[in-house]
Design a protein around this ligand. Structure first.
Ligand SMILES: CC/C=C\C/C=C\C/C=C\C/C=C/C(=O)SCCNC(=O)CCNC(=O)[C@H](O)C(C)(C)COP(=O)(O)OP(=O)(O)OC[C@H]1O[C@@H](n2cnc3c(N)ncnc32)[C@H](O)[C@@H]1OP(=O)(O)O
Length: 303
């Protein structure tokens, strides 16, 4: 499914050389764990490990930005590049998105990318977040989220952009859009994605309360599709992938586009306004203070 040319252009313009080169090993391949035949060679970058299996047409894409897979500008950029590489390789039909960090799938936006940063950086950062959402939400691939850890806010939106979600049955692994608890709000396209997944009334309540759902409640509200023992998340994600890949790609892709295009177009039509809105909102003194206080609280928790 071709993304709007504007998005492709934006992606290329966004993927500045330094972001690609800083500590990454883009393009370098290494044997996947356990060897494996042709096509089993890993590739990716410093923060995204891709384990492709050409025989099945499925790749496992692991977020590897310790300690909590906070969505730094580099991680956002590397995720877009890795996904684009797999989409352009017709060997692959599906991607399982998971975490290489223990206990956390993705901690959401890297708050250090917006706390104490200038408006120009916040704008660049938010464009990268928009781009990742557009890439995953509209991907021609089948995306299955194997959620093997905590999944708040920005991490939840990545999981929601996938076609389905498998969550480990650990009460510490909570998922949801908790932005209001930080004193911020989810932008309309996150709200739209939530509504498209769990419905308007459930979204209205969960967004206002900043709800982080434990597995049983996440399943009940429809935020995730399966809750399984932690050691069965990856195998269950593979089984779910097989179910989706049993459908002819073209028909599935056209149907996915029919279901999601209107939501994505809403952002595409007003990307710059959304960016300006984000920058003016997060750069307010009151919001900066709120985010700094939240970060401080996180850092003191271990004390
Ligand atoms: C009109 C609308 C306009 C604008 C909208 C405005 C904003 C955009 C809105 C929505 C989009 C998305 C927003 C977000 O994603 S905001 C971030 C939300 N994330 C969270 O609330 C999660 C915070 N983290 C945690 O709860 C825990 O860290 C976690 C459960 C993930 C893991 O716990 P654990 O005990 O394993 O680790 P910690 O000791 O807590 O953390 C380790 C280390 O990492 C730092 N950390 C954690 N999360 C973040 C983060 N999101 N950003 C940056 N740094 C983070 C933490 O401080 C520790 O650091 P250190 O002490 O230095 O080791």
């Amino acid at each position: 499914m071709a993304l709007a040319s504007g998005v492709r252009f934006a992606a290329r313009a966004l993927l500045r050389p330094w972001a690609l080169l800083r500590g990454t090993t883009l393009g370098r391949t290494e044997p996947a764990a356990g060897g494996g035949g042709d096509g089993a060679r890993r590739f990716g970058s410093q923060r995204v490990l891709v384990e492709p299996d050409a025989a099945s047409g499925v790749a496992v894409m692991k977020l590897r930005n310790p300690p909590v897979n906070a969505l730094s500008l580099e991680l956002l950029t590397e995720l877009v590049i890795s996904l684009e590489k797999l989409e352009n390789d017709k060997t692959f039909r599906g991607v399982i998105l998971t975490s290489d960090c223990p206990r956390v799938f993705c901690a959401g936006l890297d708050l250090t990318e917006i706390c104490g940063r200038n408006p120009a950086h916040c704008a660049e950062y938010w464009k990268a977040m928009q781009e990742l959402w557009l890439r995953t939400y509209l991907s021609s691939l089948v995306l299955v989220a194997a959620i093997n850890g905590a999944c708040p806010a920005g991490g939840c939106i990545i999981a929601l952009s996938c076609d389905c979600r498998v969550l480990a049955d650990n009460p510490k692994y909570r998922i949801g859009l908790n932005e209001t608890l930080l004193g911020i709000i989810a932008p309309f396209w996150l709200k739209d994605t939530y509504v498209n997944t769990i419905g308007h009334r459930a979204s209205e309540q969960a967004l206002q309360l900043g709800s982080l759902f434990p597995p049983a409640e996440a399943l009940q509200v429809g935020l995730v599709d399966q809750v399984v023992p932690e050691d069965q998340v990856q195998s269950t994600a593979l089984s779910e992938m097989a179910r989706w890949l049993a459908v002819p790609d073209h028909a599935r892709q056209l149907t996915k586009n029919m279901m999601r295009k209107a939501t994505a177009d809403r952002l595409l039509r007003q990307r710059d306004a959304d960016t300006q809105n984000f920058v003016s909102f997060v750069c307010r003194d009151s919001i900066q203070k709120s985010l700094q206080a939240y970060l401080e609280k996180l850092r003191q928790r271990k004390g």
